[in-house]
Design a protein around this ligand. Structure first.
Ligand SMILES: Cc1ncc(COP(=O)(O)O)c(C=O)c1O
Length: 409
């Protein structure tokens, strides 16, 4: 078990510096600076010396590494870094981003409770909340969290959690975290925020009053498209509850190898995000004037309906943008055939740029099921469908040239 203290960064360190150093422990035996990789599933222990179960153990340092589903030194090092990076007391790493969301829902909610979930958020989270949780007696309201009066109206005495995502996938609509945190706390509910698209380089939700932050580490945090992972970060007491219930019983432990890979990705999170965000701004501006493009949504453009909120809540506008064209299905085929640099593929947050069409009718049939004003708001951002473009580390000029040659009729 590492015994050297994790580095506690002074607040003046930039997010990029923190991504490299915060929470990092040098190896107490060898002095190694680069995080090690411990694959062992179990560790020897002295009977009677330490509690056997993680149940109710607030401080994981008290717990030996008995068995890797409870804790593993490499995974623990990642957790310490994630907590430090988000300005949190602790973190729980999970096998995937969806496992992190499931860990939170199945720990914090029980039969008779009420959840408010963003009416548009990552499809897996939306479907888990709306299609699975009601089977367990949990009431769920899907609410447009950018509409504060709708949030206030949806709150009930038994609301335990509001789950937000900002920017939300795939609309890039934002949630005013400070305002929603005030509403949640006034009703005794917690606010959790899926910050996968932002990362702590762009927004630290706990600074705005959120209680828990969730990431799909599969995306920007790892950033190399070669490992699945997820995490929840927040107060020590909440994370201890999550670890005791979900970490142990849902069984979605992160593999040590993936924890090691994700830490390697974290080292360059700052430069990757800042570079990709700069390129995304250039690409968004280019697409805004392209004759084949009908609309572009990007928090960094003054045309984004919540640009003012983006300036308040995001240090840079991020590396994901969407655009609309006239005949989207035909253009999807054209882009898949013609793009030479950008891959036509799902996912986001990798070092290589990715684009995919998300058709509104298909999203409604498979996932969101919105009607009336909610559907109108979806269409306000997405029309009949959006191409979600996740910008990687290619040069902005090369990306623009690739899009230009692929978009022309
Ligand atoms: C915002 C967001 N949250 C969570 C997830 C789920 O992550 P994972 O694929 O690691 O389970 C995704 C995946 O696309 C996502 O975009």
């Amino acid at each position: 078990m590492p015994t050297s203290e994790p580095r506690q960064p002074p607040p003046h360190w930039s997010p990029s510096t923190q991504a490299l150093h915060a929470g990092l422990q040098t190896d107490p035996v060898t002095g190694a600076i680069a995080p090690g990789l411990t694959m062992s599933v179990n560790h020897r222990f002295v009977p009677g010396e330490a509690p056997f179960s993680a149940d109710g153990v607030d401080d994981l340092a008290q717990l030996p590494y008995l068995y890797a589903r409870w804790g593993n030194p490499t995974v623990r090092q990642l957790e310490l870094r994630l907590a430090a990076l988000e300005g949190a007391e602790d973190a729980l790493a999970t096998a995937t981003g969806v496992a992190a969301i499931a860990a939170m829902f199945f720990t914090l909610l029980k039969a008779g409770d009420h959840l408010i979930v963003s009416d548009v958020c990552y499809a897996g989270a939306s479907e888990l909340a709306r299609k699975v949780l009601p089977d367990y007696g949990i009431a769920v309201s899907a609410v447009n969290l950018s509409d504060l009066s709708a949030v206030a109206a949806a709150l009930r005495p038994n609301t335990r959690l509001i789950h937000a995502e900002t920017p939300c996938n795939p609309l890039l609509r934002l949630t005013d975290l400070s305002a929603v945190a005030v509403l949640a706390h006034a009703h005794g509910a917690l606010l959790s925020v899926d910050s996968t698209l932002a990362t702590p380089i762009v927004t630290r939700p706990l600074d705005f009053g959120a209680d828990l932050v969730v990431h799909s580490l599969t995306k920007f945090m790892n950033g190399h498209g070669d490992a699945l992972g997820g995490c929840v970060v927040g107060r020590r007491s909440l994370i201890a509850r999550l670890r005791a219930r979900a970490g142990v019983y849902l069984g979605a432990a992160l593999s040590a190898h993936n924890a090691w890979l994700i830490q390697r990705g974290l080292d360059t999170l700052g430069v990757r995000l800042l570079t990709a965000s700069q390129s995304a701004e250039a690409v968004a501006q280019f697409l805004s004037t392209h004759p084949a493009v009908r609309a572009v949504t990007y928090p960094g453009l003054p045309s984004h309906p919540q640009h003012a909120l983006a300036l308040r809540q995001m240090s840079v506008p991020g590396a994901v943008l969407t655009f609309q064209v006239n005949d989207a299905p035909a253009m999807a085929t054209q882009l898949a055939q013609r793009l030479q640099l950008i891959h036509y593929a799902f996912s986001l947050g990798h070092q290589r740029s990715l684009v995919v069409l998300l058709r509104t009718d298909e999203m409604m049939a498979s996932t969101y099921d919105l009607h009336g004003a909610a559907l109108a708001d979806y269409r306000r951002y997405a029309g009949d469908g959006v191409f979600r473009l996740s910008i990687g580390l290619e040069s902005a000029a090369d990306l623009i040239a690739d899009l230009d040659q692929a978009l022309v009729a």
